[in-house]
Design a protein around this ligand. Structure first.
Ligand SMILES: [Zn+2]
Length: 375
């Protein structure tokens, strides 16, 4: 029986209350966490999660679930309610300026002393002990802001998860995924079902996005206690479901079907999933060049999503209305690759990321802040 759960978010202020909304399906088996709306202005995941929940309710009634599947239908009620002079702001906390999906709690080190005492020669026991201590560490986490409180609630839902799919969207984009070595094969499978062009591969980064923090927790324990059972107990990835305005019932039906087929393919739902087909490119995240605008002005595009081009290709021009007699400024690709995401609004400031060009080779200048820490 599907269960609707509301997780209160504390530390918001006098008289204010928010809650994270979850639908849970299935009663036993591995835990699958699928999260929508952490970046609250990224709209496609919200409808995909709703349609996924509809399908899971039917599958649960048929007795087809072999997992506990949690759908966070609204991960970020704080971001969802932020408006500034008629414009919605869902990526950053207006009060602090923090990106909601950065600097998630990193609690592995806090658990290690007690975990070492509890370790046995049974990997399953050890994983369970780590999860208990992780939960305790989250309970004791010093919450200094509403964003902290929200992040504690969200991470607590991933502690016992074997699968974590964090659904997002870019400004204007093709479907693409961010994954780790541990989730590469699964990300390619899901990506092909979604019709994605690219999987961007990296290690858990210092940006500490939601999936980074979950994978890093287990990776740090595995490094401290090799062979104790902490080698990849979770498969996590971030799924970019096209552009933020790409919201429609046909797209949501397609994407929720892809997610169901992916779960069938993993043995988490009983059924027949079609064979995957199509090409998908696996590129290093350090090979993705975030092209920035050299000045403020109006963007005029010479390329489109999905275009593949050589270094030096004219991506866009920038018309600067404060220099009406000057020629438009050309913005050229620094590297060859594929245009997987682009800026939707034509008016840009100097330094704004206007395009993401994904190439197959690591770039010398891409050594830190690979996710674009603050943006
Ligand atoms: Zn996002």
């Amino acid at each position: 029986m599907a269960t609707l759960i509301r997780h209160p978010v504390s530390a918001l202020g006098s008289g204010v209350s928010y809650s994270v909304t979850e639908m849970s399906f299935g009663e036993s088996g591995p835990v699958v966490l699928i999260q929508a709306g952490l970046h609250a202005d990224e709209c496609p995941p919200l409808l995909v999660a709703a349609r996924l929940a509809d399908k899971l309710a039917e599958l649960e009634a048929e007795g087809a679930l072999r997992a506990v599947i949690r759908i966070i239908t609204q991960a970020n009620p704080i971001g969802g309610s932020q408006w500034l002079r008629g414009h919605h702001v869902g990526r950053f906390d207006l009060s602090s300026g923090r990106n909601f999906n950065r600097d998630m709690p990193g609690l592995a080190s806090q658990t290690m002393k007690e975990l070492k005492r509890r370790l046995s020669d049974q990997p399953a026991h050890n994983v369970e002990a780590a999860r208990t201590l992780w939960t305790e560490a989250l309970s004791g986490y010093v919450v200094e802001s509403p964003v902290d409180a929200l992040q504690v609630v969200l991470q607590s839902r991933a502690v016992d998860a074997s699968w974590v799919l964090d659904l997002h969207s870019d400004d204007e984009a093709e479907p693409h995924l961010y994954a780790f070595d541990s989730s590469k094969e699964a990300a390619c499978d899901l990506g092909q079902r979604l019709g994605a062009s690219t999987v961007l591969l990296d290690s858990p980064s210092e940006a500490a996005s939601f999936d980074d923090a979950v994978v890093a927790f287990w990776a740090e324990l595995d490094a401290a206690f090799p062979n104790a059972g902490f080698h990849e107990p979770v498969c996590a990835m971030t799924v970019e479901l096209r552009g933020t305005r790409d919201v429609s019932e046909p797209l949501a039906a397609h994407d929720s079907d892809a997610l169901i087929d992916f779960l069938i393919g993993r043995g988490l739902i009983v059924g027949q999933a079609p064979e995957v087909s199509g090409d998908i490119q696996v590129h290093p995240l350090s090979g993705m060049d975030p092209v920035t605008s050299p000045d403020s002005g109006l963007l005029l595009w010479h390329t489109a999503l999905g275009d593949e081009f050589e270094a030096g290709t004219l991506i866009a021009e920038l018309y600067r209305p404060d220099r009406p007699n000057a020629a438009a400024l050309g913005i050229r690709a620094r590297v060859g690759g594929r245009l997987i995401a682009k800026r939707g609004h034509p008016w840009v400031r100097s330094g704004d990321v206007i395009a993401k060009v994904s190439g197959n080779q690591p770039l010398a200048w891409r050594t830190e802040h690979l996710l674009g820490g603050r943006r």
